[in-house]
Design a protein around this ligand. Sequence first.
Ligand code: ADP
Length: 540
Amino acid sequence: MEERAAQCSQAPAPGDGALLPVTLATSEDALFAAEQRHRVTLSSIGDAVIATDVAGRVNFMNPVAESLTGWTEIAAQGRPLEEIFRIVHERTREPLPNPVASVLQRGEVVVLTDHTVLISRNGQEWPVSDSAAPIRDVRGALIGVVLVFREVSRERAAQLASERLAAIVEGSDDAIVGKDLRGIVTSWNSGARRIFGYTSDEMIGQSITKLLPPERIDEEQSILARLQRGQRVDHFETTRIAKDGRRLEVSLTISPIRDETGEIIGASKIARDITVRKAAERALAEAQATLRGHAAELEARVRERTAELQALVAELESFSYSISHDLRAPLRGMHQFSQLLLMEHADRLDESGQAYLHRIIASAQRMDRLIQDVLAYGAVSRSHVKPSLVELDTLVEEIIQLHPALQPPAAQIAVLSPLLPVTAHEALLSQCVSNLLANAVKFVPADRQPEARVWTESLGPRVRLYVADNGIGIAPQHHGRIFEIFERIESGYEGTGIGLAIVRKAVERMGGTVGLESSLGQGSKFWIELDGVGSPLVGT
Ligand code: ADP
């Protein structure tokens, strides 16, 4: 623009002949010839040219100026320039000062702003770049102005794009740095200023190695070597030193910059400060390591405590076993001597004495049952559980055959064969099924014939065995506690409250679960769920 303006100011230089209104020639013919020469010259140049007289009225326009303004030279002749050359600011749309007027006022070259838009006669708009220069005669007197302009849509678009790009680079939070192939910094954005602390004045022209810690100084060479081969460096995590000496952890992405011929002339580097992220990662790793340490310590402590508890439980069980066992001997004595007394000395006892003896015998029997149940409960924990295939059909049949209380006329039990086989410990399972069947026929109103049903159902790899009865049922609020030892619902039925506790403990030892569905007055449906056949064997 400056250059062009300078040329323009030279175009009508003194001695070169003058533009239209110059009356320099001594003869009319010479003047006419010179004018024609200039007219031809100005008509054929690529830029638009308009000349005015000292009053700012148009007296010449070349064809490019005609096409941009939409005016013909003839139509424009003698009109004020601002009428022909209407210019506004591209963004504000404010009319811009008439360049010819400025030249006439100041007597020197005027260059238009970069944002000039020319509005043609038919309203079409052209971004233009422009300069206006004074025309002087040989004595140096101002005799007019020449305006030279050109349409610059493409240049303006390119300029806008590059301004936008520059704004993006400048606005980025990341450091965006340009460097040549020797590692000399050529550009330095505000992100780089913020991250590394150096201003662009301090870095441009300096080697990028200024940021490298001494132990990583070789890194730059290998980065440059990669770039020279046209390769990128992607998300390379490394350390750099800020102006204040702080060590920064950064992630670098470096790409080669090529000129129009494709030759690599430098590199653009994007550096992201990941110091905080790295610190967070380290803190996380430390926390995880600490947690792992704690977890291991906790596990060891739990193992230790479990072993202690197991030893204690075993000790208590063997203690309660021996007490229970030892209690049976004096109890048998009480029972047997009471019976002897009743058989051999009944004649010496009155009726109430005999009744007392009967009560002693009944209590002794009840106590013996209790002790046997407690022993059976303890035995469940002690027994070695070795699972094997158990044919439930056979097992249930044998139990029914063994207990008259489970057979007609006492009770009616329907087995919905075939029952699915299960993986279990046969003796324990037999005890569980016996207890469930015994309860099924026991907790039934006296005026009702006990009826029970037994069946199985396959649940994927597991099998559920159901025992349903037509008994008194159990209110839902008691479902949870009846599997606890000594828990009984006040019902007026004989029992010790240990049967279901044995069922649960035994089933759990075989890796199974127990449950029931029941409500008061509606009968009960108890179930045991165990592995079917083909499931991995239950551990001991
Ligand atoms: P026991 O049968 O010796 O009382 P259990 O542990 O076998 O002890 O049962 C605990 C309690 O659960 C019983 O006292 C009874 O109240 C209730 N119960 C168990 N089975 C049934 C059933 N089939 N129908 C109704 N109530 C039952």
